[in-house]
Design a protein around this ligand. Structure first.
Ligand code: ADP
Ligand code: MG
Length: 151
C-alpha cells in the first residue's frame, strides 16, 4: 500500500460501545477529525504497527479501519488495539501511531468464537511482522522519540 507507513496522532475518544473490551480486545477510537486526515483511498481492513499513549512506551498494535455506523457507513472509523496491558483506561489522552502493514480485509463472522479466533490470529501476525528488522526500526522513529514529537 503506497501510503504506508502512515504516522498520525490524536485524542482517544469514546467508541460505539461495541463491547470490544468484553471480548478482551479494547480498541482506542480516534475522533472524526483525525479519521478525516487519513488518505481517503486507504483500504478498510486490519493493519499492524506501533502505538504510544501520551509520553509512554511504544508498543505493538493492531488497527482496524472500518465503516462508521454513526454515519450510515459513509465515513470510516479507526480503532487501535495496543498489544499491552494498561492499568487504566486512557480516554482523552493523545495516541500516536505508525501504521506499517496490511493484514486482511474486513470480514463478517458466523460466530463470536470465529471473530475472537480471527482477532487472536491478527495479533499473532502483527507480533511476528513487527519483530522484522525493517519494522522494528520504525519503533525508533523520531515521530515517537523527539522531545517535541511527544505530547
Ligand atoms: P469504546 O467503544 O469506548 O472504544 P472499548 O471497549 O473499545 O470502548 O475500549 C476502549 C478503551 O479501553 C480505550 O479508549 C482505552 O481507554 C482503554 N484501553 C485499555 N487498554 C487498552 C489497549 N490495550 N488497547 C486499546 N485501548 C485500551
Ligand atoms: Mg473501541
Amino acid at each position: 500500500m503506497r501510503q504506508l507507513p502512515f504516522f498520525c496522532r490524536g485524542e482517544v475518544v469514546k467508541g460505539f460501545g461495541r463491547g470490544s473490551k468484553e471480548l478482551g480486545v479494547p480498541t482506542a477510537n480516534f475522533s472524526e477529525q483525525v479519521v478525516e486526515s487519513f488518505p481517503s483511498d486507504i483500504c478498510t481492513g486490519i493493519y499492524y504497527g506501533w502505538a504510544c499513549v501520551g509520553n509512554g512506551d511504544v508498543h505493538k498494535m493492531v488497527l482496524s479501519i472500518g465503516w462508521n455506523p454513526f454515519y450510515k457507513n459513509t465515513k470510516k472509523s479507526v480503532e487501535t488495539h495496543i498489544i499491552h496491558t494498561f492499568k487504566e483506561d486512557f480516554y482523552g489522552e493523545i495516541l500516536s501511531i505508525a501504521i506499517i502493514g496490511y493484514i486482511r480485509p474486513e470480514k463478517n463472522f458466523d460466530s463470536l468464537e470465529a471473530l475472537i479466533a480471527a482477532i487472536q490470529d491478527d495479533i499473532e501476525e502483527a507480533k511476528r511482522q513487527l519483530d522484522l528488522p525493517e519494522h522494528l526500526k520504525i519503533k525508533e522513529d523520531n515521530f515517537f522519540h523527539l522531545p517535541g514529537g511527544k505530547i
